[in-house]
Design a protein around this ligand. Structure first.
Ligand SMILES: NC(=O)C1=CN([C@@H]2O[C@H](COP(=O)(O)OP(=O)(O)OC[C@H]3O[C@@H](n4cnc5c(N)ncnc54)[C@H](OP(=O)(O)O)[C@@H]3O)[C@@H](O)[C@H]2O)C=CC1
Ligand SMILES: CC(C)CCC[C@@H](C)[C@H]1CC=C2C3=C(CC[C@@]21C)[C@@]1(C)CC[C@H](O)C(C)(C)[C@@H]1CC3
Length: 572
């Protein structure tokens, strides 16, 4: 295949070739098959040694002959950035052209035998059609590449404003107040007898005493310090993060599962020693207030300190220049204090482990109050413990999530990790503790099944993708459909990832539903978690979809054509 230089005229040349090729396909091919250059070029050179090439390549060769790209003779030989970009485009082109949907078993078709029969001709026509499709794909991908790397001579595009998410600064401003208000409202509306949106929470007379005390401060900061200490212990694997914009990779200490075990064991010891651990539940609202104030203060510190780091350390999305928006989304990607990575720590340790601790303390309190272990309270606590234990066992998988790679560490994640997760995700157990609501075993059995199904989908799909990212050549992927991309990475288009774009979200949502089912059907707010989660995951899927479209261009489109549904097969 002749090497071709990229030039501004190239696309036009190829467009011409494409229309010629298309018109050839349209004109009755059986009548004049020998006029097609594919046939001609091969029958003219019968003595050429047989070289295996794909049908698409053959047609590309043919296109090159029909419409040779005008060369730019005076182009300097030195490897300028634009030239490097051109080379990259050539490589991209080849990747996309050679196989669009390939099979890992490597069964790519090779066609280079002289045309002898009409069936052969028909098959070549088929291939030509395919190749013409591939050319289209290639052009799309090229357009995307060109969009990313404009030639130096191209006129400068009008600067676009920052790309905002969450409805921009106004959305961010509203969320900064709405999120804390929601946590308070939902928890205050969930009382002993009812958990309903219709209950307007009444504010206590002595507001400060009801929502704040120094003991709660001590518990909160003691807990944070204890978890931070466990996180920096030189125990557990040191795992490399994803490559950074600034080059290199950060290292992360992964000992989260150990931290969970130590924390739960510590709780066991405290109970054995008859320490007043149920104070934590009694001071639920006070702890929530301390955590909320801390989140605001911490996010302000993060915002201020982000102005003292190099621009390479900033998150791609949180550097818009708008104070409110950047404060909410977070400016710095991976803020660290000594060995402690603040975002990684907050996302997995104090909030997540704190949530499970709170659940078990509620079980203990229920036992102290009633002398029994309410089965549905125990069940939902076991489910949530399994969920958190899973997250910490597969701790390093979080290093590839958009929170760690893409989002900065600002108010959204800070508040989400330290307040939203522990104080809202524990709503069902808190309701069960307060209301004493129970369910018979024949209602609990199907809930166990639903949770297990959800967990299986969540875990197996996450593990399949993680393994595929680590070792795409692993034997389990042989025979599975994949979509190659111009980045060199492939997208898995069968197995769990051939059912819908986010099988892991589907499993997560099924589990969320199972947790709420333990509270029966009488109280809408105990379904707050699955409802909010549905909105969060639909929004998150769309954000990820945008990011993948930007990353993978035409290949992502191809993947979306192959895998039609986003989260719910046959529905959405
Ligand atoms: N409990 C909670 O509150 C929350 C839980 N979660 C859970 O966290 C988990 C991780 O979620 P999240 O990080 O959002 O999303 P994913 O785990 O789905 O990761 C998305 C990334 O995976 C890669 N990818 C997407 N499709 C494919 C494919 N077909 N083949 C190979 N790679 C693909 C892409 O990255 P690349 O190509 O660069 O590898 C993409 O950016 C989920 O299970 C979710 O349910 C998430 C948010 C909140
Ligand atoms: C309050 C806002 C509207 C949104 C806040 C979002 C955060 C609560 C979530 C963003 C991503 C999260 C993840 C988990 C918990 C919730 C947050 C912080 C996660 C740690 C839960 C356990 C999973 O197994 C996981 C895959 C490790 C999750 C990663 C993302």
């Amino acid at each position: 295949m002749p090497r071709r230089e990229k030039s501004p005229n190239k696309s036009r040349g190829r467009e011409r070739a494409r229309s010629k090729s298309a018109s050839r396909t349209k004109s009755s091919p059986t009548k004049s098959p020998s006029r097609r250059p594919v046939t001609r070029s091969r029958s003219r050179t019968p003595s050429r040694p047989a070289k295996t090439s794909s049908a698409a390549e053959v047609v590309i060769q043919e296109v090159n002959q029909v419409a040779p790209t005008p060369r730019t003779p005076s182009r300097p030989k030195s490897r300028s950035p634009s030239r490097a970009a051109q080379k990259e485009t050539v490589v991209t082109k080849r990747t996309v052209v050679t196989s669009v949907v390939s099979s890992s078993s490597g069964q790519e078709q090779a066609a280079h035998t002289p045309v002898r029969s009409s069936s052969r001709i028909a098959s070549l026509i088929e291939k030509e059609k395919e190749a013409s499709y591939l050319i289209k794909e290639q052009m799309k991908s090229e357009m995307i590449t060109n969009m990313k790397t404009p030639p130096p001579s191209a006129p400068k595009k009008k600067e676009k404003g920052p790309h905002y998410e969450f409805m921009g600064p106004i959305g961010a401003f509203l969320l900064i107040f709405l999120l804390p208000a929601t946590v308070y409202y939902v928890n205050m509306a969930c009382r002993k007898t009812k958990c309903s949106i219709l209950i307007v929470p009444s504010l206590p007379r002595n507001f400060v005493a009801a929502f704040f005390d120094t003991e709660a401060c001590l518990i909160f900061f003691g807990w944070m310090a204890f978890q931070a200490l466990l996180a920096v212990l030189p125990v557990g694997r040191l795992v490399d993060g994803q490559p950074l914009k600034s080059g290199g990779k950060l290292k992360y200490r992964c000992n989260g599962f150990l931290a969970l075990v130590v924390s739960l064991a510590g709780l066991g010891v405290a109970v054995y020693l008859k320490l007043p651990v149920t104070k934590v539940v009694d001071k639920f609202f006070k702890l929530m207030t301390v955590a909320t104030i801390f989140s605001f203060a911490f996010s302000i510190c993060l915002y201020v300190s982000s102005h003292f780091v190099s621009s390479k350390k900033l998150a791609p999305g949180g550097n818009s220049g708008n104070f409110i928006y950047d404060f909410f989304i977070g400016r710095e990607l991976n803020p660290r204090v000594g060995p402690l990575d603040l975002k990684f720590f907050c996302e997995l340790r104090p909030g997540l482990i704190g949530w499970v601790m709170m659940d078990w303390i509620m079980v203990l309190k229920a036992y102290q109050e009633t002398g029994t272990f309410p089965p549905n309270l125990v069940l939902v606590t076991v489910f949530q413990t399994l969920y958190v234990a899973d997250a910490l066992w597969f701790e390093d998988a979080i290093l590839t999530t958009m929170d760690i790679i893409h989002d900065g560490f600002g108010f959204m994640l800070c508040f989400g990790d330290l307040v939203w997760v522990p104080f809202l995700y524990s709503l069902q157990p808190r309701f069960l503790l307060e209301s004493g609501f129970t369910l018979p075993w024949y209602c609990l059995a199907p809930i166990v099944v639903i949770n297990l199904i959800g967990y299986m989908i969540f875990r197996l799909s996450n593990s399949q993708k993680n393994l595929f990212r680590k070792d795409p050549k692993h034997p389990v992927f042989s025979g599975m459909e994949t979509v190659p991309t111009q980045t060199g990475r492939k997208l898995l288009a069968s197995g769990w990832w051939g059912i819908c774009h986010k099988p892991n979200y589907l499993g997560d949502l099924i589990m969320a539903l199972a947790w709420s089912l333990t509270t029966g059907f009488g109280h809408i707010f105990t379904y707050f978690y699955p409802l909010y989660f549905l909105v969060l995951l639909i929004h998150r899927e769309r954000r990820d979809n945008e990011q993948c479209a930007a990353k993978y261009g035409a290949s992502w489109e191809r993947y979306c054509q192959r895998v039609k549904y986003r989260i719910f097969p046959y529905i959405y």
